[in-house]
Write a protein that binds this ligand. Structure first.
Ligand code: AP5
Length: 219
């Protein structure tokens, strides 16, 4: 079991790389963004609150996301967890450390994906996903082979996220620099931090990640 965190701003490529690791290694992707998008469709008061916060680009409360992660960790088995978009605050990082300890597991690597803001804006504004299987595409860098049809499942239900607009992105980036980037120092101090160039092509980023996961698996 190798447990890793993918750490990076919106559009860094966390989801794209997590899906590759799931396909190629049987790891389990735990994306709090995906969990919250599922929760917002529940029609509950909590779902409506979550939707309003996400669309504005802010962070959902620590209590909600920690609860979601804890529940998913209990019900999932695989070759290790990929924490995608979690933790995002120091309180979440502490909670994750405690959860792993309680279940007799450890964190093997925190991989910071470094990408500049200009590239993030280009990536977010061109992103679309398959509404059926969740595969992530981009108008320029990763278009579908057949226009409007998912390469993976053949669905034609292509969607763009409500928070992928200039206004929300400004808030999401600010939230990242204020509340999430302190985790870089936190994990550096614990000796868990690796940094990779997230600006490289998708395949090259995947190779860098694979190198770290392989190295941690044997150590
Ligand atoms: P979440 O869903 O986690 O969104 P995010 O962190 O903003 O990250 P993204 O999904 O936007 O980007 P990504 O890094 O996965 O990039 P992707 O691979 O798609 O969170 C959404 C919201 O939920 C938050 O704003 C918050 O409200 C809430 N939330 C979630 N977790 C929370 C938590 N822990 N605490 C509190 N609130 C929480 O790639 C982007 C695009 O670029 C794609 O089109 C892709 O094809 C393309 N691309 C990817 N890699 C490359 C590459 N190397 N070269 C060129 N193009 C690339």
């Amino acid at each position: 079991m190798t447990n890793i965190i993918l750490l990076g701003p919106p559009g860094a490529g966390k989801g794209t790389q997590a899906r590759k690791l799931v396909e190629e290694r049987g790891m389990v992707q735990l994306s709090t963004g995906d969990m919250l998008r599922e929760a917002r469709t529940s029609g509950t008061a909590m779902g409506r609150k979550v939707a309003a916060v996400m669309d504005g680009g802010g962070l959902v409360t620590d209590e909600i996301v920690i609860g979601l992660i804890e529940e998913k960790m209990k019900g999932s088995r695989g070759a290790g967890f990929i924490f995608d978009g979690f933790p995002r605050t120091l309180a979440q990082a502490d909670a994750l450390g405690a959860m792993l300890k309680r279940s007799g597991q450890r964190l093997d690597a925190v991989i910071e994906m470094r990408v500049d803001d200009e590239a993030l804006v280009r990536r977010i504004s061109g992103r679309f996903t398959c509404g059926n299987c969740g595969e992530v595409y981009h108008d320029q860098t990763r278009p579908t082979k057949k226009p409007g049809t998912c390469d993976v499942c053949g669905s034609t239900d292509m969607q763009r996220r409500a928070d992928d607009n200039a206004e929300s992105l400004k808030v999401r980036l600010m939230e990242y620099y204020k509340k999430t980037s302190p985790l870089i120092g936190y994990y550096y101090a614990l000796g868990d931090l690796f940094t990779i160039d997230g600006l490289a092509e998708i395949g090259d980023v995947a190779k860098s990640l694979a190198g770290i996961v392989d190295q941690q698996a044997v150590s």
